[in-house]
Design a protein around this ligand. Structure first.
Ligand SMILES: Cc1cc2nc3c(=O)[nH]c(=O)nc-3n(C[C@H](O)[C@H](O)[C@H](O)COP(=O)(O)OP(=O)(O)OC[C@H]3O[C@@H](n4cnc5c(N)ncnc54)[C@H](O)[C@@H]3O)c2cc1C
Length: 500
């Protein structure tokens, strides 16, 4: 095989994808004294890590974390690899320590701030689940993370090739992965990997084809990076990998406007942090019916609610859904925020939402009748919203507020505030995917597995591409898994015997 291939670039370990998973794998492989090359398709990294919130799960007790995380699989019935989960729970307790050490090695003093609470606080073991933001002076959490990891890659001498898109794995006659075909400068070239390849190319939240194949809901928009088009998943499939968790998404509820490619995340008062602030709003479907305790679910689970297809009406009745709100809520704070890829545009949602009303992104009616008319006139609604229905929903909701009891959906009494102060507004809302979890199945050593359970020789994966997580998800666990699986991939790839 070697004789027949003309190699244009060479390394011992080739890591594909410059997110946290790829960075962790490359740092660990190079630290083991192995020449490592990191490939990234974008001019700058185009995935999710560096636009995320940067929250990292670091449980304080591996046994309790294992019990808690296992209970999430009991809810979803997603495929569980108990051994891999056990190793994850143990290694995740060391995440902050590892980041601190990496920072120290390049003279950066890293500290952490705890935030949030477990997604399922009543589950056994929840008390061990802690999430942290990485902090270095004068930087946001995610900038801090990038600063530490990019400095560590540079200090260790990892070669980085940007604008280099991996297209295909090269295997020898026995199926061993010996390199890749990549596109660079408009040309396909061959990159030799003497020990192994680590795929850390993220998920497929920006691949319409994969989303249509493996998830539901339409239209669905993305909040994460455009570089995650499932390239690594396709490459691994072609090399013989099994797949898992393809139906598992981390999906928020957001606002998509034609002027911007990526979505804004919904930031209605109280939606994220359960505060009591100005929650004079509720959600309805395209017909004006309320359908959920709007504050009762974890922020990553909105696809599970919005992708409901009504087989009788033959449509997704909750895409778009609408937040119905009054003047009090409109004036209180931004209804959405630039989080994720849309941040790159520099757009700041106005504090009183006036700019977005002027843009036509928020629908305004001086009366409920006018609001209904304007919603019904939109292309997304096409006359489904009816005055009598929305009025009935509004009256029922306001009655719950008066009685301090949401008897139908169970929204907490402190979050019930009547929608009464004119004018009224509707904010169209869509499922907006932060990231996907599915991809090639991997084991606790980050080896990519075939359908018969045997590893594809010399092929590793890390991060959200082929993640351990099913569709019940604990916030902070993607970045945590990037570190755990990235470290394992880097270590084990570095320990392979070179083939040539
Ligand atoms: C708005 C937002 C907030 C989030 N907040 C959190 C949080 O607080 N905590 C948490 O745990 N998770 C969070 N997540 C999820 C988390 O960011 C991701 O799951 C995680 O960053 C994935 O990291 P990764 O290294 O696996 O992939 P990515 O960071 O997505 O990196 C993959 C890289 O591979 C590159 N690539 C793709 N294909 C190719 C190819 N063919 N050749 C070369 N390069 C390629 C991409 O351009 C990209 O740079 C958030 C996600 C979003 C969108």
């Amino acid at each position: 095989m070697e004789k027949r291939i003309l190699w244009d670039m060479e390394a011992e370990v080739v890591v594909v994808g410059y997110g946290l998973a790829g960075a962790a794998a490359a740092i660990v492989a190079q630290e083991a004294g192995v020449k490592t090359l990191l490939l990234e398709r974008g001019k700058e990294p185009e995935g999710n890590t560096w636009i995320s919130l940067g929250g990292i799960s670091c449980p304080d007790d591996a046994g309790k974390a294992n019990e808690y995380l296992k209970s999430l699989f009991e809810l979803s019935h997603s495929v569980l690899d108990e051994e891999a989960l056990g190793v994850y729970a143990k290694m995740a307790t060391k995440n902050l320590e590892w980041l601190k050490q990496v920072g120290k090695s390049v003279g950066i003093d890293v500290s952490f701030r705890e935030y949030g609470k477990p997604a399922y606080p009543d589950h056994a073991g929840a008390e061990a689940m802690h999430k942290w933001m990485t902090l270095v002076p004068r930087k946001s959490s995610v900038e801090s993370l990038f600063h530490v990891l990019s400095s560590a890659l540079a200090s260790r001498g990892v070669r980085i090739s940007m604008e280099t898109r991996a297209k295909k794995l090269i295997q020898d006659g026995e199926g061993e992965v010996i390199g890749l075909v990549v596109e660079r400068g408009g040309k396909d070239i061959n990159v030799k990997a003497r020990k192994a390849v680590v795929l850390a190319t993220g998920g497929f939240q920006n691949s319409e084809e994969l989303l249509r194949n493996f998830s539901r809901g339409y239209p669905v928009y993305y909040g994460g990076g455009p570089g995650n088009t499932g390239d690594g998943i396709k490459m691994a499939m072609q090399a013989g990998a099994d797949l898992w968790h393809m139906n598992s998404l981390s999906c928020g509820i957001g606002v998509k406007v034609p002027e911007h490619e990526a979505a804004f995340m919904c930031a209605l008062p109280a939606i994220h942090y359960g505060s009591q602030a100005a929650s004079s709003w509720f959600f309805v479907d395209r017909y004006g019916r309320r359908f959920i305790n709007e504050l009762g679910l974890d922020v990553h689970s909105w696809n599970l609610v919005l992708d409901y297809f009504d087989p009788v009406l033959e449509e997704y009745t909750r895409i778009p859904a609408y937040a119905i709100l009054d003047e009090h809520t409109r004036k209180s704070a931004s209804l959405a925020m630039a989080m994720g890829w849309v941040q790159k545009t520099g757009y700041r949602w106005s504090a009183d939402n006036s700019r977005e009303i002027a843009n036509g992104w928020i629908i305004k009616g001086d009366t409920i009748e006018e609001l209904v008319r304007k919603i019904a006139d939109t292309e997304a609604n096409q006359g489904r919203m009816k005055e009598e229905k929305l009025k009935a929903t509004l009256e029922a909701y306001n009655r719950c507020c008066e009685e301090k009891n949401d008897s139908e959906f169970g929204r907490a009494a402190e979050n019930l505030r009547a929608v009464g102060e004119a004018p009224f507004y509707a904010l169209p809302l869509y499922p907006c995917i932060a990231n996907t979890q599915g991809g090639p199945k991997r084991n606790a050593e980050s080896r990519v597995l075939r359908p018969d359970g045997e590893p594809v020789p010399r092929l590793y994966s890390a991060g959200e591409m082929g993640s351990l997580w099913g569709w019940t998800y604990e916030g902070g666990s993607n970045l945590a898994e990037c570190i755990v699986s990235g470290r394992a991939a880097g270590k084990n790839a570095a320990e392979e015997k070179p083939w040539g």
